[in-house]
Design a protein around this ligand. Structure first.
Ligand code: PGA
Length: 259
């Protein structure tokens, strides 16, 4: 794993955005895996700014990690709406090439399988953006998810439902299920880029990077990935035992080869 520790959340977001832009400049027709959640909002703001400064998404195909079962693409708390308002409507990406699972599919399990097939048909994911849950989930792969799992329907934990409650109005209950790319789907991406900021992520980040490979922390599966870049601010990095080493290898989160 490449562990890049930046002093502030703003610097961590800027680093993740510049790594994403680097991928697009190297491969304008890249397939991007996209994530949602609060952590990604400043990253998408940064990507919008890079687009305003000339970065093109015109050739990009995208696949989001997940969507709530039961929510149609116009539900205000759906990830379809989140993505349109946070990113898609502000850049030159072709909406026809922006993919999210359909939460309102009549057969969510079949939709999950079809989604997996669509990713494969697009040639696989070049760069997968990831956040991490306080419980160590990636996508909606909750603790005890199979580390070999494909895209499928998962039951959400109560802690995840609580964390996402602010996005729902009182009249709406937070869905109990989601369609999510599996851990194996994520590991199949050619490059994984996980961004975590804030002290509330510190324990999950430590378990992911330095803990045992364990289904209890699905993000620890990234230890198996040959190219996983973890971008952290100081607070999210604060529970890591080997902070000195990560700073030594990548001073100020500099992304360079050591030799
Ligand atoms: P957050 O979500 O960015 O809203 O904390 C991250 C996640 O649950 O993956």
């Amino acid at each position: 794993m490449k562990v890049l520790i930046l002093a502030t959340p703003e610097a961590a977001v800027a680093k993740a955005a510049s790594l994403t832009a680097e991928t697009l400049r190297a491969k304008p027709r890249a397939v991007l895996g996209l994530a949602t959640g609060g952590t990604m909002l400043p990253l998408y703001a940064r990507l919008r700014a890079l687009h305003a400064a000339g970065l093109s998404f015109a050739g990009v195909t995208s696949f989001n990690l997940d969507e709530y079962v039961g929510l149609g693409p116009d539900h205000p708390a759906s990830y379809h709406v989140y993505m349109r308002s946070a990113l898609f409507e502000h850049i030159d990406i072709d909406p026809a090439r922006c993919h999210l699972p359909r939460g309102d599919a009549a057969d969510p399990q079949a939709e999950a399988q079809a989604y997996e097939a669509r990713i494969a048909a697009a040639g696989g994911i070049d760069l997968q953006l990831l956040g991490i849950g306080r419980n160590g989930h990636i996508g909606f792969n909750e603790p005890t998810s199979s580390l070999g799992s494909p895209t499928r329907v998962k039951t959400l934990t109560e802690s995840t439902r609580d964390a996402n409650r602010p996005y729902f109005t009182d009249a709406d209950t937070v869905p109990r299920f989601a369609i999510t790319m599996g851990v194996a789907t994520i590991l199949a991406a050619r490059h994984c880029l996980l961004l975590a900021t804030g002290a509330e992520k510190a324990e999950a980040v430590a378990a992911m990077i330095e803990g045992p490979l364990a289904a209890l922390c699905p993000a620890s599966a990234l230890q198996l990935h040959p190219r996983a870049t973890i971008v952290l601010d100081a607070a999210a990095a604060s529970a890591l035992q080997l902070q000195d080493y990560y700073h030594h290898v990548h001073p100020e989160g500099e992304d360079r080869d050591p030799v």
